[in-house]
Write a protein that binds this ligand. Structure first.
Ligand code: HPA
Length: 274
């Protein structure tokens, strides 16, 4: 279904009643291993997804299901602790619903992170990749259905989904911190099954450096709404078929945890300069 604009307004109004005159500038949708960043927000105001009309509640393990408003690195942020995934049964509209609500609340920028499989055979597990672009070929778009012109145009341009100026911020922060930064294309797969080795070879041929099950829907929705976007991927495992070993969710979580301090230091530094 297509949600009417009034739904987004109702969700925003309920949150506004909780956060008062706090106006977030930067929305953050954080993937595996980084959800804890919601816990280090200063002067936090937490709003449970349960309390927000029309919000879906994430079922993914390790995802908390609340919005945290407050200050991080001197910036006014809204952290989504728990994101929705299409593989959980949500529509793409549900998956990216919160992005539009946060836009209505004042966010003009979005930071998205994820853990993903590395399809680039020259890179390593644990590397952090700056997302320069994405490929989302499968299933429908989060923008399918009636266009809501309050957010954006029917046929939005996707030439620069990941804002070039924010990519430069990430490059300089990584350099200053001495964190090696890969740069590449995130290829979206709907999951929840990991890819087959043939799909990974296809991804590589098509130009994908990482394959994962999130991020692209939220980024498309944010780009439609004119938000600036900064995206990072933690390469948590070599994608299927590259190494002679099966993939598991445990491996992904362990790699994400291991990279946590490095990854969050980079994000905190970027926030400061955004
Ligand atoms: N494929 C898809 N999603 C993922 C992967 C992967 O290999 N690793 C972490 N998320």
């Amino acid at each position: 279904m297509s949600y009417p604009f009034a739904y987004y307004q109702e969700s925003a109004e309920v949150i506004r009643a909780r956060i008062g005159d706090f106006t977030p500038e930067i929305a953050m949708v954080l993937g595996s291993g980084l959800g804890y960043m919601g816990d280090i927000v200063e002067d936090p105001i937490c709003v449970s997804y349960h309390d927000i009309p029309h919000f879906q509640v994430s079922t993914a393990p390790g995802h908390k299901g609340q919005l945290v408003f407050g200050t991080l690195s001197g910036k006014k942020v809204a952290v989504m602790q728990g994101r929705m995934h299409h593989y959980e049964g949500y529509s793409y509209e549900d998956v990216s619903y919160a992005v539009r609500v946060l836009k209505l609340l004042g966010c003009s920028k979005l930071i998205v992170t994820n853990a993903a499989g590395c399809t680039n055979v020259n890179w390593n597990v644990g590397d952090i990749m700056l997302i320069t672009d994405h490929i989302k070929f499968f299933l429908e778009s989060p923008l399918r259905g009636e266009n809501l012109p309050q957010f954006g145009t029917r046929f939005p341009d996707m030439s620069h989904v990941y804002t070039p100026a924010l990519q430069n911020v990430a490059r300089s922060c990584a350099k200053d911190l001495g964190i090696p930064l890969r740069e590449g294309v995130y290829m979206y797969f709907p999951g929840p099954q990991f890819e087959t080795p043939a799909e990974v070879r296809a991804a590589r041929l098509l130009g994908g450096d990482a394959c994962g099950m999130s991020t692209a829907p939220e980024a498309i929705t944010a780009a439609h709404a004119g938000m600036d976007i900064l995206g990072f991927t933690l390469l948590s495992n070599m994608a299927a078929g590259i190494l002679d070993q099966p993939l598991s969710g445990e491996e992904v979580n362990a790699a994400a945890e291991a990279a946590r301090d490095r990854f969050s230091a980079l994000i905190l530094a970027c926030l400061k300069r955004m």
